[in-house]
Write a protein that binds this ligand. Structure first.
Ligand code: BDP
Length: 671
């Protein structure tokens, strides 16, 4: 085992000696000449072996780390860390102990200890004078809030990635021969596994929710088994997205009706086959009767019928069904799209098997730059729920814009309490490009997702700081500037794309640039920008009030329903989501709606211009040339794109407002 790990670390680091292409993400991969000693039950499991090897290679603040496994402590996946100052006579050194009740806890504790080291969390111990008995102490105990901390890959079997902006799929099915991964793939996926383990992610769905039936055929299942074997020591469980019509599509049955005994039997046999290959398989993620996917509705059955049939097949093996609530247009045609998840699923609350989890996107529409939270989280009282966040920035500049998503996710988490969920999923932004995520700053979103999934109380500020320290290692002033840019970047993006609660005014299909006038009779109305902004000569915005609109406000708990229903109390960031507002309406700033809209668009562009000139003029000395150049080019592009957003949206809306566009002044940065 030791030699395997030695070889792996060597392989992992060899390629990056020359230039930092970002492949190792936020992780240290230098090869220590003087490894520290790690003591404990190192042979007890491969997971502990990895924890020990990480510490041996990367812990530099003291001669020894002790790992201790105590199952009585009931720490679950958590850990208890103690660090003491020793030998302060010459230069202070630290002695660390990690106690956990599981191998996973030791692994997570090891990564946390290294994070503390690399982000300066133990500096005070190193600099402080010795306390009584010659020792200062640092202690921390942590357990994850959610048991499921999952990535959803939208990777297709042909190697493409739906809404992927960082190259092709990371899985490389052709490089898995029988049960063996090629050395290249093994090396790459080991970096992936290590990155996830370092931030606490413990589950991954390998394939697209728009799933190919082929994933459940034997050759693919054997490849999945090979991936599961690689991920297992990093405490990552594999799940698969399944196509509800699979038995029929593969020609095994004549129908996919969930109430047909042959169909149920097929799934039971399939579950048995999967668990024989992958005993700790997590379960199925299902997108059914949504955007053309097959589902129980095709046979007049309910989502509960479908979910329960699958749940029944997985139950004997301890697996779960994660059923998505992202459905619209199937059963509630004509109803405001944002209301349809509640209309569809609320009547099924309590009817689903106990190993079914309902997974819903953070907002009621579709990963827009800003959405109010989805009310379904408050409407299901007997069904375990998971939140689905999107790391891949489909609607937030993809891998071309610097947009740090933690503030947006924190906004969601300020409405939906962690205790309301059993887990959280993030639609992954990984691809086979060298640095995994395309934009160097998009790595921060993967990092932030994991950290928040572990502990939703962490602040966006601290996570930005942690990430930038581990990724760039900058002097304090530059680090602060960088964090400021990251933290303001989401608001900046909504300013130049869709301020004040505007939504879905993207160009058709690719969801990158603006098309506020977009309308195509060939598409469902719910895909057309004009359906969402409702601009006319009187005003702008979608009226979702009970009094005069679609009544979506009524789906919220009373406090929020009242807040959103009234124009005067509705937070301005959601204003045009819930109200059709007169162009002359006075905003809190004293400006009219039209003036305010111009102000936001101008201010978004001005912010990006500032980011770009800061990076271009000030940051070159502090960042390796490769990444500096990459970000410089991307920020130039982001600026041009922000200007395009501003110009096309203001040009278009000015036709309705019948007011001249207010051009940027020197005061356009958001106050
Ligand atoms: C939308 C994407 C589409 C996904 C869908 C989903 O545009 O590609 O398949 O969500 O979540 O945002 O199922």
């Amino acid at each position: 085992m030791k030699y395997v790990l030695f070889y792996l670390s060597f392989l992992l680091c060899a390629v990056t000696a020359k230039a930092n292409n970002g492949e190792h993400l936020w992780l240290d991969c230098h090869w220590s000449a003087n490894p520290c000693q790690v003591v404990g039950p190192l042979k007890a499991s491969p997971t502990i072996g990895i924890a020990a090897e990480e510490l041996r290679q990367h812990w530099t603040l003291g001669p020894q780390v002790r790992l201790s496994l105590r199952s009585m402590l009931q720490l679950g996946e958590g850990y208890h860390i103690t660090v003491r100052q020793i030998d302060s006579s010459k230069c202070p050194q630290l002695k660390a102990t990690i106690v956990a009740s599981s191998a996973a806890g030791l692994l997570y504790g090891a990564y946390q200890l290294l994070r503390l080291q690399n982000t300066g969390g133990l500096d005070s111990l190193l600099t402080s004078a010795p306390k009584d008995h010659g020792q200062s102490l640092f202690v921390m105990t942590e357990q994850p809030v959610w048991k499921l901390r999952m990535l959803n890959h939208w990777d297709n079997l042909d190697g493409s990635v739906e809404r992927g902006y960082a190259g092709n799929s990371i899985w490389k099915w052709k490089q898995i021969l029988g049960h063996e991964l090629t050395p290249q793939l093994r090396r790459r996926l080991t970096i992936y596994a290590r990155a996830n383990a370092s931030i606490g992610i413990n589950a991954t769905v390998l394939n697209n929710v728009n799933a190919s039936p082929l994933i459940l055929t034997r050759p693919y299942l054997e490849k999945v088994q090979a991936i599961a074997q690689l991920l297992r020591p990093y405490h990552i469980k594999v799940y698969l997205s399944v196509n509800f019509g699979t038995p029929k599509a593969l020609g095994a049955t004549s129908t996919a009706d969930p109430l047909c005994p042959d169909v149920a039997m097929w799934w039971q046999r399939k579950a048995k086959e999967i668990y024989a290959l992958i005993p700790d398989f997590g379960g199925f993620l299902v997108k059914a009767n949504s955007e053309g996917q097959p589902g129980p509705g095709d046979y007049g059955r309910s989502h509960a019928d479908g979910a329960n049939m699958l749940a029944n097949a997985l139950k004997p093996f301890g697996g779960s069904v994660i059923w998505r609530s992202f459905v619209y247009g199937a059963h509630h045609k004509g109803e405001d799209r944002v209301k349809q998840a509640v209309s569809e699923f609320e009547p099924m609350d309590g009817l689903m098997a106990d190993n079914v989890i309902l997974q819903s996107k953070n907002g009621p529409l579709d990963f827009q730059p800003r959405e109010p939270f989805a009310p379904i989280f408050y409407r299901m009282h007997h069904t375990p729920q998971m939140g689905e966040l999107q790391i891949t920035q489909e609607y937030l500049g993809q891998s071309k814009h610097l947009v740090y998503l933690a503030p947006m996710w924190k906004e969601f988490l300020s409405y939906v309490r962690p205790s309301m969920l059993v887990g959280i999923a993030g639609v992954a932004n990984t691809g086979d490009t060298d640095n995994w995520c395309g934009h160097p700053f998009s790595q921060a979103n993967w990092y932030a997702f994991g950290r928040l999934a572990w502990n939703p109380q962490l602040s966006a500020e601290n996570i930005a700081l942690e990430w930038s320290r581990q990724t760039f290692k900058l002097p304090t002033e530059q680090e602060q500037q960088l964090c400021h840019v990251m933290l303001s970047s989401h608001e900046t993006c909504t300013d130049y794309m869709m301020p004040l609660g505007l939504h879905h005014i993207f160009r058709f299909d690719h969801h990158y640039g603006p098309e506020p006038g977009g309308f195509n009779p060939k598409y469902p109305l719910e895909w057309c920008p004009t359906y969402y902004h409702r601009a006319d000569t009187l005003g702008l915005g979608f009226d979702r009030t009970v009094a005069t609109g679609s009544g979506a406000t009524a789906q919220y708990p009373p406090h929020y329903a009242a807040l959103y229903e009234q124009l005067d109390s509705c937070p301005e960031r959601y204003l045009l989501w819930f109200h059709h507002v007169a162009w002359t309406h006075r905003m809190l700033s004293g400006r009219t709606l039209w003036q305010e809209l111009c102000h936001h668009y101008n201010s978004g562009v001005a912010q990006v211009a500032q980011y770009r000139s800061w990076w271009h003029n000030d940051m070159h000395p502090y960042i390796d040339n490769m990444r500096w150049q990459q970000v410089d080019t991307l920020l130039t592009r982001q600026l041009a794109n922000a200007q395009e957003w501003r110009d096309s949206c203001l040009n278009y809306f000015s036709r309705f407002a019948r007011k001249p566009i207010i051009r940027p002044s020197t005061h356009t940065i958001r106050q």
